[in-house]
Write a protein that binds this ligand. Sequence first.
Ligand code: ADP
Ligand code: ZN
Length: 472
Amino acid sequence: SLKGNPFSMKASKAKIIKDFGNVCFRDVAGCEEAKLEILEFVNFLKNPNQYWDLGAKIPKGALLSGSPGTGKTLLAKATAGEADVPFITVNGSEFQEVFAGVGPARIRDLFATARKMAPCIVFIDEIDAVGRKRGSGSFGWQSEQENTLNQLLVEMDGFNSSTNIVVLAGTNRADVLDPALMRPGRFDRHIHLGLPDIKGRASIFKVHLRPLKLEPCLNLEALSRKLAAQTPGFTGAEIANVCNEAALRAARHVSQCISAEHFKQAVERVIGGLDKNTQPLQLLEKTTVAYHRAGHAVAGWFLEHAEPLLKVSIAPRGRGLGYAQHLSKELHLLNQDQLFDRMCVMLGGRVAERRVSTGSRDDLRKVTQTAYEQVVQFGMNKAVGHVSFDLHLQQNAVTEKPYSESAAQLIDQEVRSLVDVAFQRTLQLVVDKKEMVEKVAKHLLEKEILDRTDMVELLGPRPFQENGLYEE
Ligand code: ADP
Ligand code: ZN
């Protein structure tokens, strides 16, 4: 290695790969949209004349964003594979040098190489290491980074109509990049690679299971689907890891082929190795969340004055617990019926959970707050009367109550009984609609997501006129 050799310092450490086992689009699964978007670069590299003849603006670069392991590098490589051109890869951190002039020199060197190899693809991984917003870095290397970034922009701007180079850049931090990078003629396409959904995961599993020697009783399709269901929140890299881990286990047991049990252990092993905070939902938790959300959905559907949910999901977003989306035009004026049904929808989650969990804290807090507001702010309680006190309940720092001790007792009592009535109503509803809750929860466990069409299918049309309150 030339490492430490002062004469090599300015040479870029780019790796040039001409033969990379012909990785192509078939090897990249679960991100069909991204593949479609990047196809334009393949077309350009294969038929530049067509673009030139038409006088079309030539696409120069695209930003591939997404968490580590979502397949950015793989997609870039596959693009080179499809276009059948060399792939030059370099990591952004390699341009971070304290010595003045080294970063820009390495960029020049990288593009000189690319021009020699053209047509080709240059992939700059972790571009945020050189592409941060100018004037935002720490002192010292800041101006050096700016010089490097400027050099990169100069190189890309210098492509002429016959430069047959495509520059792709990978990042997990698209938000910190200098906007100049995204201007037209630079990285003006943005392709995001998200976490794959259940269908995506199944197709990624298929890619990685295909070369493995499975027990004859295992069916590739069925196994892929089963493993996908067990791995919400997994990236492509984690899925590849599960498959490799299963193969290693089989080898350790001196098995002829890989069994279902090996896969089971592999999934557990990979889940166990993940950061505790980012672990995907375990199956048991997933079931609890599914019933909880089904409760919200069913309550919203069958309560006349509630706002039905538009979309319910137990798929990890980022890696949180999933979300529910309301079909609400934010209503400014709510009547008592609407507030009451709203409380019931919020309580629907807790009521439908088969094992009471801690996942209802936010719901309960909102229910309590809504009840309080009705009693002490909106004058909606007979016993307390048509009064409104100025309280900032959210800040839970009600040090001095603007009403007497006896009023406080009455208020507490009325709030409690309002919540109780709502709870009883919700319980009654969830018991009445038990099969519906069951259906929705099962659908969520299987498909992870439920939209309005699914709801109509599972629950029947919503039995109320919507009075124009809701937007379709
Ligand atoms: P990134 O560059 O986004 O960090 P990589 O492309 O390096 O992720 O992914 C690492 C590995 O994970 C790949 O080489 C591949 O084996 C697997 N992988 C990731 N995404 C996918 C996918 N969409 N389809 C198939 N395999 C994938
Ligand atoms: Zn909830």
